[in-house]
Design a protein around this ligand. Sequence first.
Ligand code: FAD
Length: 466
Amino acid sequence: MNIEKLKSNLRGLTVEDDPATVRKKSRDFYWYSPVLKRALDHVTGDLVVSPATEAEVCRAIAAAFDADVPVTPRGSGTGNYGQAMPLAGGMVLSLGGLNAITHIGPGTVVAGAGTLLGKIDAATRAHSGQELRMFPSTHRTASIGGFIAGGSGGVGSVRWGGLRNIGNVTRLRVVTMEASPRVLELTGDDIVKVAHAYGTNGVITECEVPLAPAYDWVDMILGFENMGRAAAFADRLGNEDGILLKELSVMAPGVAQDYFPVYGQFVRRDQAAVLIMVAPQSASALAAFVQRHKGEMLFRADRLPEDDRRALPPLFELTWNHTTLVARRVDPAITYLQTLYPYPDHLDAVAKMSALLGAEMRDHLEFIRFDGRMVCSGLPLIRFTTEQRLDEIVRLFEANGCLVFNPHRYTLEEGGMKRSDLSQLAFKREVDPKGLLNPGKMIAWDNPEFDFKSDRKYLFSEPTAG
Ligand code: FAD
């Protein structure tokens, strides 16, 4: 790794190398996990390069290749698995400058990878009353390239499934890590080569994604006497094809009251809360459905005066990984898991895990369409005691048939794919022959024989800074 040679090849590009800035831009929300905080706290890059165009991305990549310097792509740094942290130091390639929206058409938008999701939504709404099908609850701050490379789904997944589902990403432009970087256009089945690959096998410069009709979604909160009733209601509601939803999450009793700013006041301590975004044309049908299932309508934004409604934060900023964020603000001893309960026994599994873990866990469910079926993913709040206990809890979930996307590990295989993704490995071999893109994040690259099921810890030594 020859940093001085690299810097000499970067003349004319925006380069930052003061340690404080580089350290700041080498971090994401890894600290959600006490395990990642311990393992990654010292990680920092050597410099930050901020290209303004795809041509500058190619120049930066070619210079890094020539100087054997690792490159970690970065959108807004809101990932929470340490995905955007440069384990081996080197260049942080900050793509926020690629933020132009270059085309909006019927059902489609094209934007630079660094464009913020909230900015895209505002532009497509204003242009033609359209909106993104789905977005992470970090809608205001996250980039579309980072979402596709490091995210999985979120608000809207109750209707459209996850980013992994074919059709939810239309086309990507990707720069390869080679002596003369190529710009590839990926469509169809090729998208998954770099979607959710943590930037380990290509730098996304442009994204084309589908749009849906935009609505002035109505935020609602319902109350039920316990978690089992609330989860059963949400499961039924998610399967009601005539009611158009954008968000459907369930919080165990106490979560809203103890952690939710503003909205906690609407929920009684003994109630489990169901948080919903419903299309205005479905609001009365939903109200009837709630009554039929003996739920209690605790809050509905469409009953507020317009100014009061606009003054409230969006309800979705209490869902997905925002739930953990607001809970940690009140109690820093809280951490979390990310799991998928096994269909069709997902509700039984929710009840079983809750009984097994008792006060150590507070349930938080997100209902999503998964391969055409309504299932529930879990982002349970966990009271952290020791790393060993956290591993035991992960194994307990797995022993009860739940998939765990372990947010206390920074590799693709442990954090998301649950196996080495051979198409992503093959693509990395093709486009990043030196293995310079986000090293350490793909187990299969460092050790193709690694038998993930062997339950051995990842063989990559603790990350070394610089
Ligand atoms: P970054 O964190 O900058 O990067 C994420 C990953 O993508 C890294 O591996 C990085 O190397 C890679 N990358 C970034 N840009 C590129 C590029 N142009 N080309 C190649 N690789 C690239 N995630 C969800 O999926 N759903 C949620 O609902 C959700 N809610 C969240 C709530 C909170 C409060 C927090 C802290 C996180 C949440 N996340 C969620 C995680 C994260 O916000 C999203 O995945 C977000 O979309 C990441 O975008 P980003 O621009 O911040 O990416």
